[in-house]
Design a protein around this ligand. Sequence first.
Ligand SMILES: Nc1ncnc2c1ncn2[C@@H]1O[C@H](COP(=O)(O)OP(=O)(O)O)[C@@H](O)[C@H]1O
Ligand SMILES: O=P(O)(O)OC[C@H](O)CO
Length: 494
Amino acid sequence: MEEFILSIDQGTTSTRAILFDHQGKLRYVSQREFPQYFPHPGWVEHDAKQIWNTVIEVVQSLFIENNIKPEQIKGIGITNQRETTVVWDKITGEPIYHAIVWQSRQSQDICDQLIDEGYSEFIQKKTGLLINPYFSASKIRWILDHVEIKDKNNLLFGTIDTWLVWKLTGGKVHVTDYSNASRTLLYNIHELKWDQELLDLFDIPSSMLPEVKDSSYIYGYSDETLLTGLHFKAPISGIAGDQQASLFGQTCFHDGDVKNTYGTGCFMLMNTGNKPVSSKNGLLTTIAWGIDGQVTYALEGSVFVAGSVMQWLRDGLKLFDNVLESENMARQLNDNDGVYLVPAFVGLGTPYWDNDARGTMFGLTRGTSRNHIVRAALESIAYQSKDVIETMKEEAHITLDHLSVDGGATSNDFLMQFQSDILNTSIVCPQVKETTALGAAYLAGLAVGFWKHQEEIAKMHSIMKTYQPSMKEDLRKKYYQGWLKAVEATRVFK
Ligand SMILES: Nc1ncnc2c1ncn2[C@@H]1O[C@H](COP(=O)(O)OP(=O)(O)O)[C@@H](O)[C@H]1O
Ligand SMILES: O=P(O)(O)OC[C@H](O)CO
């Protein structure tokens, strides 16, 4: 009977269950989108119970539709949208508020106060992060401030990995891994512990926090009564935040290896080995993973709105019915004709970290068509990634001979070719596009002996497609200068 690792990839817009075989090949996938809630401008929320339901649905349909027997599963890997914050009551098992999503800005005031009080350096030294509503700490504080609570002692906090493990184990295990802990603004990435001074600063009881473990580790077993009718008991043996998981899935195992993921947002991570490299230019220092008690660090550039700008064009502006159409629309034009879209819907991330910036469009004329707006949106994804790469080059003194990419939006050929042109660098797409899920599967497989070591995994990595730059230097410069001007103007207009 064939054996698999089950990977659960809980992303910002959808949940996927994927089976990988011993060769690291993607064999079966099941996926469900779930509702996004925007209760106020700049706020983004999910219903944690709906998220859990999508997990049950995708796992069940994966098994039933492909006739998979539970005993074929040798381990479960979980990877998740990071920072998104759930607080629930451990007695009732009920979340006390919606999950506050990483993109949400509702805890801005809490962050502004700490910045005004001069805590930025103090917090960056301990966590490698900036004071920003993006990270979990101010979201927890916001929930504690805004929800009527009967007994604080019964509350548990978790990022989505923690919530899912707790649900999968029938409420027995409250745990996270180093990569997710490092995104909370409460974890000391040098001492590898929850930091009491930060807990005091945000006034968060330590009793709410999960235990922090390696990213490849047997955390517990799935409760067989939960996934109805499947009698499904398997070790949960890998956890990593989705961006770190894709770094692992791209086999960026060595100091200096870089990848960029094009999903809801864009996240570029560089492996920095066993050294946390601190940034002066708006990059984040974070934990990539922990294996056998050894932590690997990464430097990260974060773009808040990338693929989601295409969803806005589809759902908000109704410029097309399917994001796949965007490629053809952009190709109708030979030039951007000076039209720029800066999708700062929830502010700007690396390198600007401007929470107050909002989306803007420039260069409109009577000749501007839907195609121009679509092209400008796709170009904005590439320009934002260039902003991050330029910062990384400056900060880490790297020369990049290629960029490994993954994520939903990499299926857009126009975008990938434009990215290659604007960076003047080749872009390399792996055979397995679901690199995030693959990384979590690798971590889970290593813990249960499905794969023996990282070298075995590295040998399985293969490339599907490479894009080569073909744009003339003067045009490349003109396009990027236009973008920088558009960003500057966006930041003035507040
Ligand atoms: N062909 C495409 N062109 C542009 N964007 C796309 C395309 N296909 C998917 N996307 C975008 O990619 C995102 C989905 O990618 P995915 O990696 O699944 O994201 P996440 O894990 O954040 O949910 C969506 O925001 C979607 O708009
Ligand atoms: O859902 P994604 O893939 O865009 O990832 C979201 C990130 O983890 C947020 O930090």
